[in-house]
Design a protein around this ligand. Structure first.
Ligand code: SF4
Length: 441
């Protein structure tokens, strides 16, 4: 029994336990106010969790039924599986460590140490979502803020290429549109919500003003906004490509200029389309320019539970959030050169360690095919398709459900995890540390 959990009542022979203020890792909001009720070592109810969060808690039990480990698809004792996994990783000339978006920060740190020991490359889920945003921040800098600051101060909110009403269901309630803040005491009535997207979404429907632009014209629209902010004359033909008129773009800009405090949330609808990191850089530059007129901040809408943690850990340890090569004794980062997808697609890596929930799902097919051809070690809470094809699968407890540690919210605020279940499996951190010890020896 931990400090934050206690038995609630007895139902027949079954004691229900509640863990207060548990942390949900189903999306980048990382809500830390969930009361998790458990019975018979299963999550019975996750109070205050949204539909996505409730499904995440419900999807995980303590995974008692999962095999401890598999070697070549057959159940194996943990010690044997660890030894085989370490042999493959140590024998590789250039192994890759990838995934980690659902792992604890401590496990991410252990993964970096292992990647250094085996002389490999390492990259997190960010590469598949907000990699362009991180590159843009390195190019032009970013004006950021905590979500608490946004909640308390922002009277104008702009969602660009993101649909939090569906992807981050409690974002409005906890941090943005609907939240009651210290300097925004009227909540939704005190905020102007703007949305830019290429199609109508629940977020555009919930906004006060929606601006539908043509697909792949984000960079052009942002550049025109910057030009208008500087008072540049603008011809209708120069903005035609965006799908918006000069007047509509000017209207969007005026909302931002009139704000006491504006917050711009950028999503993968912006960073994943033509222009990629230049789109994100254009947002950061517009936000920086707006600070000559009013206070304005930009926050990327991070998708996975602890995707931000990987960026933080790679940055502390290797100086870069992405595409880190540790094979030469000093860290080097070249997105494209050492990005996980490119390394796999080109066949540059000869072994891989994948950590986390279904990280192969968004990987392009050639990268997945390469994973199937090289010795691959998978650390996951369940045996999935990649685990079955892998040389070694090692079952680990689930961060936030059955193992503790820390996770970073999308605004870089670290939060302590409060696991509600007890797992027979070790944490990913423990597995990674043991692999490292074997790889050294
Ligand atoms: S908004 Fe995200 S973190 Fe919060 S409860 Fe829903 S899924 Fe979990």
């Amino acid at each position: 029994m931990s400090l934050w959990s206690f038995p609630l009542f007895k139902k027949g022979h079954m004691t229900e336990t509640v863990v207060r203020n548990a942390v949900c890792l189903a999306c980048g909001c990382v809500c830390d106010d969930i009361d998790v009720h458990t019975a018979a070592n299963r999550v019975a109810r996750a109070e205050r969790a949204c539909e996505l969060g409730a499904a995440w808690f419900a999807a995980h039990d303590s995974h008692v039924a999962q095999p401890t480990a598999l070697v070549d698809g057959a159940p194996a004792p943990l010690e044997d599986a660890l030894r085989v996994a370490a042999q493959h990783l140590r024998a590789a000339h250039f192994p890759l460590v990838f995934g980690l978006g659902q792992a604890s920060t401590e496990a991410q740190r252990a993964a970096v140490a292992l990647a250094e020991t085996i002389g490999g490359a390492i990259e997190g889920h960010t590469a598949l979502t907000h990699g362009p945003t991180r590159i843009a921040a390195q190019l032009v800098g970013e004006v950021g803020a905590s979500l608490g600051e946004v909640r308390n101060r922002a009277d104008v909110l702009l969602f660009w290429g993101t649909n939090p009403a569906e992807s981050h269901p409690r974002h409005f309630e906890r941090y943005s549109a609907d939240a009651v803040g210290k300097f925004v005491p009227n909540g939704r009535a005190g905020r102007t919500v703007l949305a830019v997207d290429v199609r109508e979404t629940p977020t555009t429907a919930a906004s006060d003003h929606a601006f539908l632009i043509r697909p792949n014209s984000d960079f052009e629209a942002l550049t025109v906004l910057r030009a208008l902010l500087r008072g540049a004359p603008m011809r209708a033909s120069a903005v035609a490509e965006t799908g918006l008129s000069v007047e509509r773009l000017r209207e969007l800009l005026e909302h931002l200029k009139r704000a006491r405090y504006a917050a711009v949330f950028l999503g993968t609808g912006l960073t994943g389309t033509r222009g990629k990191h230049m789109n994100a850089a254009a947002v950061f530059q517009l936000v920086a320019d707006l600070n000559a007129v009013t206070k304005c901040v930009a926050l990327p809408m991070r998708d996975h539970g602890n995707e931000m943690g990987t960026d933080q850990v790679l940055s502390w340890t290797g100086g870069h959030p992405l595409a880190l090569d540790l094979s030469k004794g000093t860290p080097r980062s070249f997105p494209g050169e050492f990005s996980a997808v490119d390394l796999l697609r080109r066949g540059d890596v000869d072994a891989a360690l994948i950590v986390g929930d279904a990280p192969w799902a968004p990987l392009p097919r050639p990268a997945v095919e390469r994973l199937k051809r090289i010795p691959t070690v998978v650390i996951d809470s369940r045996v999935g398709p990649l685990s079955r094809a892998a040389k070694v699968h090692l079952t680990a407890a689930v961060a936030g459900i059955s193992s503790g540690g820390t996770a970073y919210r999308m605004d870089r605020v670290p939060l302590a995890l409060r696991p509600a279940l007890v797992s027979p499996h070790p944490s990913a951190e423990t597995v990674l540390e043991r692999l490292r010890a074997l790889a050294v020896g």
